[in-house]
Write a protein that binds this ligand. Structure first.
Ligand code: OSB
Ligand code: MG
Length: 369
């Protein structure tokens, strides 16, 4: 398809509640929305990089720079015939996966709309509903955490993830497990520990957790391979997996037994599918991570999570868990089984509310062929 026009927009929206992790507290989200117009159709994508380089080195500003100065000039006014074509044209740019992903998502949406199929069909999804959970930030006390879990489980969520950090780990996890003996429970350290903390991490084995997410270095695989044999609980890598090559390394070294796929972190859906397939071949379950996306990224994530090896509930909660007013319609709601329904309309399957998007836009730039 000939790419006629591309628009970048950065939005800024307050979160319904502060989200605290081992790397900081977030009160609002700022992501870059990519709009691609071609042959009378419009594709939408969301790059999940945040305002600060604390989860990953990428930020809104680096995404903007890489898209405007390197990725967009390679496709604007050009006939792009496939996702592989786009990936090929972008391959000279090293890393910057979230920048590449924002554009790649918009192209997937565009191509799906051109074919008249849903994003789920386009990606090879096999489910019409997906199991989801909720990711709860670090709370002020174990009692506050238990109250939060109570609220979310009464809304239908069947899997709870709690953020941990040194000193705000064992007591919180113990309280959660005591109050909810049967709930699917997992913890996420966001790289807050080192191998010297192995005993403290092994103490988590007592709480029957589904997994421990990214306990060690944000780019580490080797130390995780030293830690995993000491733990009964499966390690799940998040931050360290940027590609199918990283996933292979993690699996072959025994650094993890589960992998979290965030399509932005790995450069898009094409790479996500490769990781999904590799993991399936090695009996490694995957689940869909989240980056507090708006409804645009969320809808695309739901589609990816409908692939068969996404066997664990994802961090893809209802829109209302993040933002009082989102930028799409309809919104996802969690049902009594703790599931979201996969859209069936062409492309991402949700409509962008242009007025609402305009209101939350803090930066905009248009590129014409
Ligand atoms: O580590 O999974 C993470 C949000 C921002 C950055 C990193 C992470 C997260 C989450 C939120 O855990 C998941 C969600 O979108 O609900
Ligand atoms: Mg994580």
């Amino acid at each position: 398809m000939r790419i006629d026009r591309i628009e970048l927009r950065q939005f800024k929206m307050p979160l319904v509640a502060p989200f605290e992790t081992s790397f900081g507290v977030e009160l609002e989200e700022q992501h870059v929305i990519v709009r691609v117009d071609a042959e009378g159709l419009t594709g939408w994508g969301e790059s999940p990089a945040g305002a600060e380089p604390f989860y990953s080195y990428e930020t809104n500003q680096t995404v903007w720079h890489i898209c405007r100065d390197f990725l967009i000039p390679n496709i604007l006014g050009q006939d792009i015939h496939s996702i592989d074509d786009f990936i090929e044209r972008s391959s000279r740019v090293r890393s910057h996966n979230m920048a590449k992903a924002g554009l790649e998502f918009a192209l997937w949406d565009l191509f799906a709309k051109a074919r008249g199929v849903s994003m789920s069909q386009m990606l090879g999804g096999t489910r019409d509903r997906i199991a989801v959970g909720v990711s709860i930030g670090i709370q002020s006390s174990p009692e506050a955490l238990v109250q939060r879990i109570e609220d979310y489980s009464s809304q239908g969520y069947k899997r709870i993830k709690i953020k941990i950090a040194p000193g705000r780990d064992l007591q919180f996890t113990a309280a959660a497990r005591k109050a909810f003996p049967n709930i699917l429970l997992q913890v996420d350290a966001n790289s807050a520990y080192t191998l010297n903390d192995a005993d403290r991490l092994c103490a988590l084995d007592e709480y029957n957790l589904l997994l421990i997410e990214q306990p060690l270095g944000h780019d580490d695989i080797y130390d995780h391979s030293k830690l995993q044999p000491k733990l009964k609980t499966p390690i799940c890598l998040d931050e360290s997996i940027h590609s199918v090559a990283d996933a292979r390394e993690g699996i072959e070294l025994g650094a993890c037994r589960i992998i979290n796929i965030k399509p932005g972190r790995v450069g898009g859906f094409a790479e996500s599918i490769k990781i999904h397939d590799l993991c399936a071949a090695h009996n490694i379950p995957v689940w869909h991570g989240g980056m507090l996306e708006s409804g645009i990224g969320r809808a695309a994530n739901v589609a990816l999570a409908s692939l068969p090896n996404f066997t664990l509930p994802g961090d893809i909660s209802a829109n209302k868990r993040y933002f009082a007013e989102d930028i799409v319609t309809p919104e996802f709601t969690v049902d009594a089984d703790g599931m979201l329904t996969v859209p069936t309309k062409p492309g991402i399957g949700v409509e962008v509310l242009k007025d609402r998007l305009e209101k939350v836009t803090v930066r905009r730039e248009e590129f014409r062929a």
